[in-house]
Design a protein around this ligand. Structure first.
Ligand code: 3PG
Ligand code: MG
Length: 399
């Protein structure tokens, strides 16, 4: 990649210089307690932050969390993230109670060499996500004032044309951080000439979210295995009744076309776990995919499907997995996701897990992260990369 990276910046010397780092600290929080349920994205940015601290930079970190609507909203505060980041870095992180206001200015001004500050949620400011170039630019001017150089380590947000991702690098000397560099290296192996068989496993709830990536990947992959909520729209396209399962009626014809375009390439569930209700204790049974009772909804793929998917995965040399196979957060509907994840770890293949949800599933199910080739921090970002789209955050670093 023809992009300058962190080593180039470190080689220039950053001691005593303010370095603005865009991170993706958009971690899942427990709805009741507000606690961080998966800190994978915080840990992923430690190599970059650690190197800058070590080199004596004054490190100013910014990120979004969730989707607040351009104004402060306490449930989306980054304060708990500052605490966790400090624990992981082994030094306190100075938290600014606003993003570019008085608190931010005072916090940044007070930083000593080798210290780290975290600004409050970027999306508490309308300028961050604005479609208006001037409004975004004005916010980017304020952010850029906090750094003498800019490091983008927010791989999960590189597909967003947002002020902190797209406009700030136009205003400051800019480099890619360690995480962005590694993500791009790994994902480019999948878009180039992947070793075959190349098998992609897709799950998650909506076909419409994944349509672009399915279209882009179908000609490239040897097999495409489909589970998760989106499989029911495909099953419907095959002529099966799906009871009260998740269904995107308007996508049925699209799914039919996809199935016809690549006969035999797309593999669908042959059995599903069908339940009375979307609840952890709902009555449920494994039923054939063409025999879902009219009053039930599918919440996981069944064991025969797992075995079939596992057989295909065991032959693969390259694997990309995005999206859970079922409602893995509920123990009764976690076996499909677990089974597929275990099959991926057993395969003698280069495996990439993409997507916030599948990465969180790997950790929530207690699977060994190191038995996967790479666990991407990007959900939408990794999918858009594989689609071959131009990512605004990457393009901005190239300029
Ligand atoms: C993600 O969770 O995929 C990234 O943090 C980007 O978040 P967004 O989809 O709200 O832009
Ligand atoms: Mg998202």
């Amino acid at each position: 990649m023809s992009i300058r990276n962190l080593d180039d910046l470190l080689a220039e010397g950053v001691s005593g210089r303010r370095v603005l780092v865009r991170a993706d600290l958009n971690v899942p929080l427990d709805k009741q307690t507000g606690e961080i349920t998966d800190d994978g994205r915080i840990r992923a940015v430690l190599p970059t932050l650690g190197a800058l601290v070590q080199a004596g930079a004054k490190v100013v970190v910014c990120s979004h969390l969730g989707r607040p609507k351009g104004a402060p909203d306490p449930q989306f505060s980054l304060r708990p993230v500052a605490g966790r980041l400090g624990e992981l870095l082994g030094a306190p992180v100075h938290f600014a109670a606003d993003t570019v206001g008085d608190s931010a200015r005072a916090t940044v001004d007070a930083l000593a060499d080798g210290q780290v500050a975290l600004l409050e949620n970027l999306r508490f400011n309308a300028g961050e996500t604005s479609k208006d170039d001037a409004e975004r630019g004005a916010f980017a001017d304020q952010l850029a004032a906090f750094g003498e150089a800019y490091v983008d380590d927010a791989f999960g947000a590189v597909h967003r044309k947002h002020a902190s991702v797209y406009d700030v690098p136009a205003r400051l000397p800019h480099v890619a951080g360690r995480l962005v560099l590694r993500e791009v290296e790994v994902l480019s192996r999948l878009t180039g000439e992947p070793e075959r068989p190349y098998v992609v496993v897709l799950g998650g709830s909506k076909v419409s979210d994944k349509l672009a990536v399915i279209e882009a990947l179908l000609p490239k992959v040897d097999r495409l295995l489909i589970g998760g909520g989106m499989c029911f729209t495909f099953l419907k396209a095959q002529g099966h009744e799906v009871g009260t399962s998740l269904l995107e009626e308007e996508m049925v014809q699209t799914c039919r076309n996809l199935l016809e375009r690549a006969p035999g390439k797309i593999m669908l569930p042959v059995d599903v776990v069908a339940a009375d209700a979307f609840a952890p204790d709902a009555a449920h049974d494994t039923v054939p995919a063409d025999g879902i009772p009219s009053h039930r909804l599918g919440l996981d793929i069944g064991p025969r499907t797992v075995a079939g998917f596992a057989a295909v995965l065991s032959q693969a040399k390259t694997i990309f997995w995005n999206g859970p196979m079922g409602v893995f957060e509920m123990a009764a509907f976690a076996a499909g996701t677990r089974g597929v994840a275990e099959a991926i770890t057993k395969a003698d293949a280069f495996s990439v897990v993409g997507g916030g949800d599948s990465a969180a599933a790997v950790r929530a199910l207690g699977l060994d992260e190191s038995s996967f080739g790479h666990i991407s921090t990007g959900g939408g970002a990794s999918l858009e990369y594989l689609e071959g789209k131009t990512l605004p955050g990457i393009a901005a670093l190239e300029n």
